[in-house]
Ligand binder design. Structure first.
Ligand code: 13P
Ligand code: SF4
Length: 322
């Protein structure tokens, strides 16, 4: 068997004193590349992006991008989704190791085994999963459209939801539908606890608590608003409150500060004692790796065409819902 050496970003090859933001802008034009960034990316990457958004918005952008190259500043499943939707384009990601605990803990072979318990069920999979898991799914959803996706399935159908049990439980509550839940979770949102969030609320009684549905139900119960990253951002932009406790990855605060510079934004603390929660996978991408990625067009996402076609069907079904 041929062993392909993994791509390692050679940070030492970057000339000292190089104006990285200027070089990244120049390379973007030269390569006809579009730079897509998730809200959890570090601020300087968000500021260089052509589009910053949540998982649904980013997949919509990837599907319609007029570019030769998609440089995806997010995690692996997001870049992989871009490749499924835009196979003719070169899709690169600054760090190939930028994974996701939800996707990584639900390998396709394990998922296929688990699904054998539910032979007559439709499978709703959160977009935070591999192409292999998408290929086993009836329809994909993101946190911003999960309720709508589940409601689009006939009431008499039995449902499985994977891989985030917290999002699944929240969707069950919103829709009144029963679903068999795969026992996955996000290591970032799992760290918020009702005890610490309640203590923070008591300290800041004027603040509204806003939370991502990847949080545990005991945290969501305390929230004034629950939504995807884009929905949380929109809530902060439009709501009259002067302070917000934000229970999601702290990268989103960058855009919130721009929309509401006068508001007090309080990141919910992780139970580890840390004052905010950062996704270690998202933060593997750096401006240096982004520069190398555009310079060398590596590391590149590649995929077996048969798998891509299987994974495309449930994604298209989601996108057709608008
Ligand atoms: P959304 O941006 O779709 O809300 O997802 C959050 C997340 O955890 C992405 O991995
Ligand atoms: Fe995955 Fe959680 Fe990181 Fe999002 S925040 S990429 S769900 S580990």
């Amino acid at each position: 068997m041929d062993l392909i050496a993994p791509y390692v970003p050679d940070l030492e090859s970057i000339p000292a004193g190089l104006d990285l933001p200027a070089e990244i802008r120049r390379l973007k034009t030269e390569r006809r590349a579009i730079l897509l960034a998730h809200y959890y990316q570090e601020a300087e990457i968000q500021d260089l992006a052509d589009f910053v958004g949540d998982s649904l918005q980013l997949s919509q952008q990837a599907a319609k991008a007029d570019a030769d190259v998609i440089c995806f500043c997010g995690v692996h499943f997001m870049a992989e989704t871009a490749k499924i939707l835009s196979p003719a384009k070169t899709v690169v990601i600054p760090d190939m190791d930028a994974g996701c605990s939800l996707a990584d803990r639900c390998p396709a072979d394990h998922f296929a085994q688990w699904l054998k318990q539910y032979p007559d069920h439709d499978v709703v999979s959160y977009i935070n999963c591999s192409a292999g898991v998408k290929a086993l799914s009836t329809v994909i959803c993101t946190s911003s459209n999960a309720v709508r996706v589940v409601e689009s399935l006939p009431k008499e159908r039995k449902l499985v939801f994977a891989p985030d049990r917290h999002l699944g439980k929240w969707v069950m509550k919103q829709t009144g539908r029963d679903m068999a839940l795969f026992p996955g979770f996000c290591i970032v949102h799992e760290q918020f606890t009702a005890k610490r969030v309640a203590a923070l609320k008591a300290q800041h009684p004027e603040a509204k608590l806003i939370a991502h549905p990847e949080c545990d139900a005991t945290v969501l119960q305390l929230a004034d608003f629950v939504g995807s990253t884009a929905a949380l951002l929109n809530f902060v932009a439009k709501d009259g409150a002067k302070a917000f406790i934000v229970a999601t990855e702290a990268g989103i605060l960058h855009q919130m500060r721009q929309r509401r510079p006068e508001a007090e934004l309080i990141p919910a603390p992780a139970d580890s004692g840390c004052n905010c929660s950062l996704c270690p996978y998202m933060k593997l991408n750096s401006i240096e790796k982004l520069y190398l990625c555009l310079r060398d067009l590596k590391p590149e996402i590649t995929m077996d065409e048969g798998l891509r076609i299987q994974a495309l069907k449930p994604l298209e079904r989601m996108l057709a819902l608008g």
